[in-house]
Design a protein around this ligand. Structure first.
Ligand code: DX5
Ligand code: ZN
Length: 216
């Protein structure tokens, strides 16, 4: 599956958001990752639909919206109206995950499920053929700039096995503590889609860093 880098805007300069989005437009990143936090599911609040809507007017990259909110089904339609091209919801936040995945897919965009570090891969056994994307959290969600949890590598391998065994088509995305050092290990374990916040936006040359991640 093609490699995909999705820079996380959470690490951008919010005072110069437009400049940072245009910089990503001029890079080889395929997606732009937007972290939505509600202060309930995760201990932090980020931004919501009005900001996503402005981002979508500037971004030439599809918006990859990671919902870290409870009851995501209440807000999916408005995030799609705001410009989301893929939405991932947390396994831990969905009472009726299958229904929520089809609520997203029926609107014609990509649907993904996210696993927190404590949630095992086998929980996805009965949903893996329905999703376009699985997001493995390699930190506890809520903040950028945290340290990569090493056991995530094993989870990626297990997920790859599950996808192959079920003849599923899901992409494997990894989010949290992704660096130039661990990117080759993540690709080798089976991930094809890396989210990177700090590594991209705190780099002296983010466009070059995106190239380096793609070639890692
Ligand atoms: C964490 C977010 C991540 C975060 C990643 O809850 O989901 O997308 O922005 O940031 P880094 O790459 O700095 O760990
Ligand atoms: Zn994220």
């Amino acid at each position: 599956m093609a490699r995909n880098i999705s820079p996380s805007l959470l690490a951008a300069n919010f005072g110069e958001l437009e400049a940072d989005i245009r910089m990503i437009n001029n890079s080889r990143a395929q997606w732009l990752h937007c972290d939505v936090m509600d202060g309930v599911f995760v201990p932090n609040i980020s931004f919501g639909q009005p900001v996503i809507s402005m981002i979508s007017k500037i971004s030439e990259k599809p918006l990859d919206v990671h919902l870290m909110i409870i009851e995501p089904e209440k807000h999916i339609d408005s995030f799609i109206e705001a410009g989301a091209k893929s939405i991932t919801v947390h396994y831990e936040a969905c009472r009726h995950l299958h229904r929520t995945i089809y609520q997203i897919k029926d609107k014609g965009i990509l649907a993904g499920v996210t696993l927190n570090p404590h949630s095992p891969v086998h929980l996805l056994e009965e949903i893996i053929t329905d999703v376009d994307l699985v997001l493995i959290m390699s930190v506890n969600p809520g903040f950028g700039g945290q340290k990569f949890i090493e056991s995530s590598l094993n989870k990626i391998s297990k997920l790859k096995e599950l996808i192959e065994r079920k003849n599923a088509k899901a992409e494997i995305q990894v989010d949290g503590g992704v660096t130039l050092e661990n990117a080759p290990l993540l690709f080798r374990a089976g991930a094809n889609n890396l989210v990177a916040g700090t590594t991209v936006f705190r780099s002296p040359d983010p466009v070059k860093t995106i190239d380096e991640l793609l070639n890692a």
